[in-house]
Design a protein around this ligand. Structure first.
Ligand code: PGA
Ligand code: ZN
Length: 423
Protein backbone atom coordinates (compact mmCIF):
# COMPACT_ATOMS: atom_id res chain seq x y z
CA UNK A 1 0.00 0.00 0.00
CA UNK A 2 1.31 3.44 -0.92
CA UNK A 3 0.96 6.97 0.40
CA UNK A 4 -1.36 8.95 -1.87
CA UNK A 5 -1.58 12.24 0.00
CA UNK A 6 -0.03 13.99 3.01
CA UNK A 7 -1.39 17.25 4.28
CA UNK A 8 -1.01 19.43 7.33
CA UNK A 9 -3.41 21.96 8.81
CA UNK A 10 -3.85 24.04 11.92
CA UNK A 11 -6.26 22.96 14.68
CA UNK A 12 -6.82 23.95 18.32
CA UNK A 13 -5.53 22.23 21.45
CA UNK A 14 -7.16 21.94 24.88
CA UNK A 15 -5.98 25.41 25.87
CA UNK A 16 -7.39 27.01 22.75
CA UNK A 17 -3.95 27.38 21.19
CA UNK A 18 -3.15 26.38 17.63
CA UNK A 19 -1.43 23.07 17.05
CA UNK A 20 -0.49 20.96 14.03
CA UNK A 21 -2.60 18.17 12.55
CA UNK A 22 -1.35 15.94 9.75
CA UNK A 23 -3.21 13.43 7.64
CA UNK A 24 -1.73 10.61 5.64
CA UNK A 25 -3.96 9.08 2.95
CA UNK A 26 -3.29 5.66 1.42
CA UNK A 27 -4.01 4.13 -1.93
CA UNK A 28 -6.83 2.04 -0.40
CA UNK A 29 -8.76 5.29 0.08
CA UNK A 30 -8.25 5.57 3.85
CA UNK A 31 -7.02 8.70 5.68
CA UNK A 32 -5.19 8.71 9.04
CA UNK A 33 -4.81 11.81 11.17
CA UNK A 34 -2.74 12.81 14.18
CA UNK A 35 -2.64 16.04 16.17
CA UNK A 36 0.39 16.98 18.27
CA UNK A 37 0.43 18.13 21.89
CA UNK A 38 2.38 21.04 23.35
CA UNK A 39 3.89 21.84 26.74
CA UNK A 40 3.90 24.85 29.06
CA UNK A 41 6.81 23.95 31.33
CA UNK A 42 8.90 23.16 28.28
CA UNK A 43 12.51 22.05 28.74
CA UNK A 44 15.33 23.95 27.03
CA UNK A 45 16.61 20.73 25.45
CA UNK A 46 13.37 19.64 23.80
CA UNK A 47 12.96 19.42 20.03
CA UNK A 48 11.77 22.80 18.74
CA UNK A 49 8.25 23.41 17.61
CA UNK A 50 7.82 26.25 15.13
CA UNK A 51 5.31 28.98 15.95
CA UNK A 52 4.64 32.01 13.81
CA UNK A 53 5.52 34.86 16.21
CA UNK A 54 6.75 37.71 14.06
CA UNK A 55 7.20 35.58 10.95
CA UNK A 56 5.48 36.03 7.61
CA UNK A 57 2.66 33.73 8.67
CA UNK A 58 1.96 35.50 11.95
CA UNK A 59 -1.78 35.83 12.37
CA UNK A 60 -3.37 38.84 13.96
CA UNK A 61 -4.97 36.72 16.64
CA UNK A 62 -3.59 33.65 18.47
CA UNK A 63 -0.93 35.80 20.21
CA UNK A 64 1.89 34.70 17.92
CA UNK A 65 1.21 31.03 18.58
CA UNK A 66 -0.18 30.04 15.18
CA UNK A 67 1.57 27.17 13.39
CA UNK A 68 1.08 28.00 9.71
CA UNK A 69 4.82 27.85 8.98
CA UNK A 70 4.99 24.32 10.38
CA UNK A 71 1.89 23.39 8.38
CA UNK A 72 3.45 24.84 5.24
CA UNK A 73 6.57 22.78 5.88
CA UNK A 74 4.41 19.66 5.87
CA UNK A 75 2.58 20.59 2.71
CA UNK A 76 5.50 21.96 0.70
CA UNK A 77 8.55 20.05 1.97
CA UNK A 78 7.53 16.76 3.62
CA UNK A 79 4.49 15.77 1.54
CA UNK A 80 6.23 15.76 -1.89
CA UNK A 81 8.93 13.41 -0.50
CA UNK A 82 6.43 10.84 0.82
CA UNK A 83 3.81 10.63 -1.92
CA UNK A 84 3.95 7.42 -3.99
CA UNK A 85 6.21 5.79 -1.37
CA UNK A 86 5.27 2.49 0.31
CA UNK A 87 3.71 3.17 3.71
CA UNK A 88 6.35 2.38 6.33
CA UNK A 89 7.10 4.19 9.59
CA UNK A 90 10.90 3.79 9.46
CA UNK A 91 11.14 5.13 5.93
CA UNK A 92 8.85 8.09 6.71
CA UNK A 93 11.02 9.01 9.69
CA UNK A 94 14.21 8.52 7.65
CA UNK A 95 12.87 10.79 4.91
CA UNK A 96 12.06 13.46 7.48
CA UNK A 97 15.58 13.24 8.92
CA UNK A 98 16.99 13.67 5.42
CA UNK A 99 14.87 16.77 4.91
CA UNK A 100 15.75 18.14 8.35
CA UNK A 101 18.99 16.72 9.76
CA UNK A 102 19.01 19.10 12.76
CA UNK A 103 18.92 17.21 16.04
CA UNK A 104 16.12 19.39 17.43
CA UNK A 105 14.06 19.36 14.20
CA UNK A 106 14.22 23.13 14.18
CA UNK A 107 14.34 23.44 10.38
CA UNK A 108 10.92 21.92 9.73
CA UNK A 109 9.60 22.20 13.29
CA UNK A 110 9.14 19.26 15.66
CA UNK A 111 5.41 19.94 15.60
CA UNK A 112 5.45 19.35 11.82
CA UNK A 113 7.73 16.29 11.93
CA UNK A 114 5.90 14.58 14.78
CA UNK A 115 2.46 15.14 13.25
CA UNK A 116 3.52 13.41 10.02
CA UNK A 117 5.43 10.68 11.85
CA UNK A 118 2.41 9.87 14.04
CA UNK A 119 -0.07 9.96 11.19
CA UNK A 120 2.38 7.73 9.28
CA UNK A 121 2.50 5.25 12.19
CA UNK A 122 -1.30 5.12 12.36
CA UNK A 123 -1.50 4.65 8.59
CA UNK A 124 1.18 1.93 8.68
CA UNK A 125 -0.78 0.09 11.41
CA UNK A 126 -3.90 0.33 9.24
CA UNK A 127 -2.01 -1.07 6.24
CA UNK A 128 -1.27 -4.16 8.36
CA UNK A 129 -4.85 -4.30 9.58
CA UNK A 130 -3.71 -3.70 13.15
CA UNK A 131 -4.42 -1.21 15.90
CA UNK A 132 -1.53 1.14 16.71
CA UNK A 133 -0.84 -0.81 19.93
CA UNK A 134 -0.74 -4.12 18.03
CA UNK A 135 1.40 -2.57 15.30
CA UNK A 136 4.18 -2.25 17.88
CA UNK A 137 3.34 -5.46 19.76
CA UNK A 138 1.76 -7.94 17.34
CA UNK A 139 1.96 -11.05 19.55
CA UNK A 140 1.06 -12.02 23.10
CA UNK A 141 -0.71 -10.15 25.88
CA UNK A 142 -0.49 -6.36 25.90
CA UNK A 143 0.56 -4.68 29.14
CA UNK A 144 -1.82 -1.87 30.03
CA UNK A 145 0.27 0.88 31.69
CA UNK A 146 -0.12 1.89 35.33
CA UNK A 147 -1.62 5.39 35.35
CA UNK A 148 0.00 8.30 37.20
CA UNK A 149 -2.74 10.90 37.59
CA UNK A 150 -2.75 14.51 38.57
CA UNK A 151 -4.90 15.46 41.60
CA UNK A 152 -3.45 18.88 42.55
CA UNK A 153 -1.96 21.22 39.98
CA UNK A 154 0.45 24.07 40.59
CA UNK A 155 3.38 25.73 38.88
CA UNK A 156 2.98 26.80 35.26
CA UNK A 157 -0.30 24.89 34.95
CA UNK A 158 -2.19 26.71 37.68
CA UNK A 159 -0.93 30.25 38.12
CA UNK A 160 1.72 29.08 40.57
CA UNK A 161 -0.83 28.45 43.33
CA UNK A 162 1.62 25.74 44.43
CA UNK A 163 5.38 25.95 43.94
CA UNK A 164 5.58 22.39 42.68
CA UNK A 165 3.76 21.46 39.49
CA UNK A 166 1.79 18.31 40.36
CA UNK A 167 0.72 16.11 43.21
CA UNK A 168 -0.31 12.87 41.52
CA UNK A 169 -1.52 9.47 42.61
CA UNK A 170 -0.57 5.98 41.44
CA UNK A 171 -3.10 3.21 42.16
CA UNK A 172 -0.51 0.43 42.49
CA UNK A 173 -2.87 -1.90 44.34
CA UNK A 174 -5.49 -2.05 41.60
CA UNK A 175 -6.06 -5.42 39.96
CA UNK A 176 -7.01 -3.96 36.57
CA UNK A 177 -6.84 -0.66 34.73
CA UNK A 178 -10.61 -0.44 34.97
CA UNK A 179 -10.41 -0.64 38.76
CA UNK A 180 -7.43 1.75 38.85
CA UNK A 181 -9.39 4.42 37.01
CA UNK A 182 -12.40 4.10 39.31
CA UNK A 183 -10.12 4.65 42.33
CA UNK A 184 -8.54 7.67 40.70
CA UNK A 185 -11.89 9.27 39.95
CA UNK A 186 -12.98 8.61 43.55
CA UNK A 187 -9.88 10.32 44.96
CA UNK A 188 -10.14 13.27 42.58
CA UNK A 189 -13.79 13.85 43.41
CA UNK A 190 -13.08 13.51 47.14
CA UNK A 191 -10.23 16.03 46.82
CA UNK A 192 -12.55 18.45 44.99
CA UNK A 193 -15.21 18.03 47.69
CA UNK A 194 -12.74 18.53 50.55
CA UNK A 195 -11.20 21.51 48.81
CA UNK A 196 -14.57 23.15 48.36
CA UNK A 197 -15.69 22.46 51.93
CA UNK A 198 -12.53 23.94 53.36
CA UNK A 199 -12.74 27.00 51.13
CA UNK A 200 -9.31 26.21 49.66
CA UNK A 201 -10.22 25.81 46.01
CA UNK A 202 -9.00 28.60 43.80
CA UNK A 203 -9.54 26.95 40.44
CA UNK A 204 -11.39 23.70 39.99
CA UNK A 205 -9.87 22.77 36.68
CA UNK A 206 -6.24 23.62 35.90
CA UNK A 207 -4.51 23.08 32.54
CA UNK A 208 -4.34 19.31 32.94
CA UNK A 209 -7.75 18.92 34.57
CA UNK A 210 -6.34 18.86 38.12
CA UNK A 211 -7.51 20.93 41.07
CA UNK A 212 -5.62 24.12 41.94
CA UNK A 213 -5.36 24.91 45.64
CA UNK A 214 -3.06 27.54 47.09
CA UNK A 215 -0.99 25.58 49.60
CA UNK A 216 2.18 27.33 50.70
CA UNK A 217 4.11 24.06 51.04
CA UNK A 218 4.42 20.76 49.18
CA UNK A 219 3.98 18.94 52.51
CA UNK A 220 0.54 20.48 53.05
CA UNK A 221 -0.44 19.58 49.49
CA UNK A 222 0.66 15.97 50.05
CA UNK A 223 -1.18 15.80 53.40
CA UNK A 224 -4.32 17.03 51.66
CA UNK A 225 -4.16 14.33 48.97
CA UNK A 226 -3.34 11.62 51.53
CA UNK A 227 -6.45 12.67 53.47
CA UNK A 228 -8.54 12.52 50.28
CA UNK A 229 -7.28 8.98 49.58
CA UNK A 230 -8.09 7.87 53.14
CA UNK A 231 -11.56 9.43 53.03
CA UNK A 232 -12.45 7.31 49.99
CA UNK A 233 -11.65 4.20 52.05
CA UNK A 234 -8.56 3.31 50.00
CA UNK A 235 -5.33 2.36 51.74
CA UNK A 236 -2.45 4.77 51.35
CA UNK A 237 0.67 2.89 50.32
CA UNK A 238 -0.89 -0.53 49.75
CA UNK A 239 -3.46 0.63 47.25
CA UNK A 240 -2.70 4.22 46.27
CA UNK A 241 0.58 6.14 46.60
CA UNK A 242 1.72 9.66 45.81
CA UNK A 243 3.93 10.90 42.99
CA UNK A 244 5.25 14.44 42.55
CA UNK A 245 6.34 16.46 39.56
CA UNK A 246 8.47 19.21 41.09
CA UNK A 247 9.23 20.83 37.68
CA UNK A 248 12.04 22.59 39.50
CA UNK A 249 13.63 24.11 36.39
CA UNK A 250 10.82 26.64 36.70
CA UNK A 251 12.13 28.04 40.00
CA UNK A 252 15.90 27.47 39.79
CA UNK A 253 17.89 30.64 39.12
CA UNK A 254 21.21 28.91 38.35
CA UNK A 255 22.23 28.94 42.01
CA UNK A 256 19.19 28.61 44.23
CA UNK A 257 15.83 26.90 44.25
CA UNK A 258 13.31 29.58 45.13
CA UNK A 259 9.99 28.43 46.55
CA UNK A 260 7.92 31.60 46.24
CA UNK A 261 4.80 30.46 48.12
CA UNK A 262 6.92 29.16 50.97
CA UNK A 263 9.04 32.31 50.77
CA UNK A 264 12.23 30.27 51.04
CA UNK A 265 15.35 29.97 48.95
CA UNK A 266 17.49 26.81 49.03
CA UNK A 267 21.06 26.28 47.86
CA UNK A 268 21.57 23.17 45.72
CA UNK A 269 22.73 21.04 48.65
CA UNK A 270 19.94 22.35 50.89
CA UNK A 271 17.40 21.52 48.22
CA UNK A 272 18.73 17.96 47.87
CA UNK A 273 18.05 17.50 51.57
CA UNK A 274 14.71 19.23 51.37
CA UNK A 275 13.63 16.82 48.60
CA UNK A 276 15.00 13.81 50.46
CA UNK A 277 13.05 14.75 53.61
CA UNK A 278 9.92 15.25 51.56
CA UNK A 279 10.07 11.83 49.88
CA UNK A 280 11.02 10.14 53.16
CA UNK A 281 8.16 11.66 55.17
CA UNK A 282 5.35 11.20 52.63
CA UNK A 283 4.04 8.06 50.84
CA UNK A 284 5.81 9.11 47.64
CA UNK A 285 6.92 6.43 45.19
CA UNK A 286 7.95 8.65 42.27
CA UNK A 287 9.51 12.09 41.99
CA UNK A 288 9.91 13.91 38.68
CA UNK A 289 12.34 16.74 37.97
CA UNK A 290 13.35 17.30 41.60
CA UNK A 291 16.29 19.31 40.21
CA UNK A 292 16.69 21.63 37.26
CA UNK A 293 17.33 20.51 33.70
CA UNK A 294 21.08 21.23 33.76
CA UNK A 295 21.80 20.72 37.46
CA UNK A 296 23.30 17.27 36.77
CA UNK A 297 25.35 17.17 39.98
CA UNK A 298 22.29 17.53 42.24
CA UNK A 299 20.58 14.66 40.45
CA UNK A 300 23.64 12.49 40.94
CA UNK A 301 24.00 13.37 44.62
CA UNK A 302 20.34 12.73 45.24
CA UNK A 303 20.55 9.29 43.58
CA UNK A 304 23.20 8.39 46.17
CA UNK A 305 21.08 9.22 49.20
CA UNK A 306 17.48 8.69 48.01
CA UNK A 307 15.34 5.84 49.34
CA UNK A 308 16.15 2.62 47.47
CA UNK A 309 12.89 2.03 45.65
CA UNK A 310 12.10 5.63 44.77
CA UNK A 311 11.37 6.27 41.09
CA UNK A 312 13.54 9.27 40.14
CA UNK A 313 12.10 10.50 36.92
CA UNK A 314 13.77 12.80 34.39
CA UNK A 315 11.51 14.98 32.24
CA UNK A 316 13.20 18.36 31.55
CA UNK A 317 16.51 16.67 32.42
CA UNK A 318 16.24 14.05 29.67
CA UNK A 319 13.72 15.51 27.17
CA UNK A 320 13.30 12.10 25.47
CA UNK A 321 16.74 12.67 23.97
CA UNK A 322 19.10 9.74 23.45
CA UNK A 323 22.28 11.68 24.23
CA UNK A 324 20.90 13.07 27.46
CA UNK A 325 19.57 9.65 28.45
CA UNK A 326 22.98 8.09 27.79
CA UNK A 327 24.62 10.69 29.99
CA UNK A 328 22.11 9.97 32.77
CA UNK A 329 22.79 6.24 32.46
CA UNK A 330 26.57 6.78 32.59
CA UNK A 331 26.46 9.23 35.46
CA UNK A 332 23.61 7.54 37.36
CA UNK A 333 21.62 10.77 37.43
CA UNK A 334 18.15 9.19 37.45
CA UNK A 335 16.55 5.76 37.29
CA UNK A 336 13.48 6.54 35.18
CA UNK A 337 12.53 8.58 32.15
CA UNK A 338 9.42 10.42 31.05
CA UNK A 339 8.75 9.70 27.37
CA UNK A 340 7.13 12.55 25.45
CA UNK A 341 7.05 12.10 21.67
CA UNK A 342 6.97 15.83 21.02
CA UNK A 343 10.15 16.41 23.03
CA UNK A 344 11.81 14.18 20.47
CA UNK A 345 9.98 14.93 17.22
CA UNK A 346 9.74 11.46 15.64
CA UNK A 347 7.89 8.28 16.63
CA UNK A 348 10.66 5.79 15.82
CA UNK A 349 13.35 7.87 17.53
CA UNK A 350 11.11 8.19 20.60
CA UNK A 351 10.75 4.41 20.66
CA UNK A 352 14.54 4.07 20.43
CA UNK A 353 14.92 6.24 23.52
CA UNK A 354 12.39 4.09 25.36
CA UNK A 355 14.20 0.91 24.32
CA UNK A 356 17.56 2.25 25.44
CA UNK A 357 16.03 3.23 28.79
CA UNK A 358 14.54 -0.22 29.33
CA UNK A 359 17.77 -1.94 28.30
CA UNK A 360 19.41 -0.03 31.14
CA UNK A 361 16.74 -0.86 33.71
CA UNK A 362 15.13 2.56 33.67
CA UNK A 363 11.40 2.72 34.31
CA UNK A 364 9.57 4.38 31.42
CA UNK A 365 6.53 6.63 31.79
CA UNK A 366 4.86 7.64 28.53
CA UNK A 367 3.41 11.11 29.02
CA UNK A 368 0.94 13.58 27.58
CA UNK A 369 1.58 17.35 27.61
CA UNK A 370 -0.36 20.10 29.32
CA UNK A 371 -1.69 21.23 25.90
CA UNK A 372 -3.50 18.16 24.56
CA UNK A 373 -6.20 17.20 22.09
CA UNK A 374 -8.81 14.51 21.55
CA UNK A 375 -6.39 11.99 19.99
CA UNK A 376 -5.78 8.72 21.82
CA UNK A 377 -2.60 7.48 20.10
CA UNK A 378 -0.71 8.00 23.38
CA UNK A 379 -2.63 5.13 24.98
CA UNK A 380 -1.70 2.84 22.09
CA UNK A 381 1.96 3.86 22.20
CA UNK A 382 2.23 3.30 25.96
CA UNK A 383 0.57 -0.11 25.61
CA UNK A 384 2.23 -1.25 22.39
CA UNK A 385 5.62 -0.10 23.67
CA UNK A 386 5.17 -1.99 26.94
CA UNK A 387 6.10 1.21 28.77
CA UNK A 388 4.69 0.11 32.11
CA UNK A 389 3.37 3.55 33.08
CA UNK A 390 1.42 6.46 31.59
CA UNK A 391 0.87 10.05 32.75
CA UNK A 392 -1.92 12.08 31.18
CA UNK A 393 -2.99 14.76 33.69
CA UNK A 394 -6.32 14.33 35.43
CA UNK A 395 -9.67 12.71 34.65
CA UNK A 396 -11.44 15.91 33.60
CA UNK A 397 -11.56 17.08 30.00
CA UNK A 398 -12.05 14.86 26.97
CA UNK A 399 -8.50 15.56 25.81
CA UNK A 400 -7.40 13.56 28.91
CA UNK A 401 -10.27 11.10 29.01
CA UNK A 402 -9.79 10.07 25.37
CA UNK A 403 -6.55 8.42 26.52
CA UNK A 404 -8.10 6.80 29.61
CA UNK A 405 -11.08 5.66 27.53
CA UNK A 406 -8.82 4.08 24.94
CA UNK A 407 -7.02 2.15 27.71
CA UNK A 408 -10.41 1.00 29.05
CA UNK A 409 -11.22 -0.16 25.52
CA UNK A 410 -7.92 -1.99 25.07
CA UNK A 411 -8.43 -3.76 28.38
CA UNK A 412 -11.82 -5.02 27.20
CA UNK A 413 -11.12 -5.90 23.58
CA UNK A 414 -7.54 -7.18 23.76
CA UNK A 415 -5.65 -9.92 25.54
CA UNK A 416 -4.07 -7.77 28.29
CA UNK A 417 -2.44 -7.79 31.69
CA UNK A 418 -2.07 -5.04 34.27
CA UNK A 419 1.12 -5.16 36.30
CA UNK A 420 2.34 -3.03 39.21
CA UNK A 421 5.71 -1.73 37.95
CA UNK A 422 6.70 -0.71 41.50
CA UNK A 423 6.81 -4.30 42.77
P1 PGA B 1 4.17 20.42 30.17
O1 PGA B 1 4.12 19.73 31.59
O2 PGA B 1 3.46 19.56 29.21
O3 PGA B 1 3.48 21.74 30.39
O4 PGA B 1 5.62 20.61 29.84
C1 PGA B 1 4.06 18.35 31.78
C2 PGA B 1 5.17 17.89 32.67
O5 PGA B 1 6.01 18.69 33.13
O6 PGA B 1 5.29 16.68 32.91
ZN1 ZN C 1 7.28 17.13 34.18
Amino acid sequence: MKVSRVFGYQVLDSRGRPTVAASVSLTDGSTHTARVPSGASTGAHEAKEIRDAGGKFAEKFYSGLSVQQAVTNINEVIAPALIEEQIDLESIDNQIVELDPTEDHSRLGANATLAVSLAGAIAAAHSQNRSLARFFSPEGPLTIPMPMVNILSGGAHANRTLDIQDVLIVPTGAASFTQALSWIVAVREMAAKLGKESGYITNLIADEGGIAIAFDSAEKACDFVVNAIEKTGLKVGNEVSLALDIASTQFFDGKNYNLANLNKSYSQSEFIHYINNLVSSQPIISIEDPFAEDDWSSWQEFMNIAPKNLQILGDDLLTTNLNRLNRAIAEKSANSILIKANQNGLVSATLNVLKQARANNFNTVVSARSGENEDSWLADLATGWNAGQIKVGSTHGSERNSKWNRLLELEVIENTRFINPFN
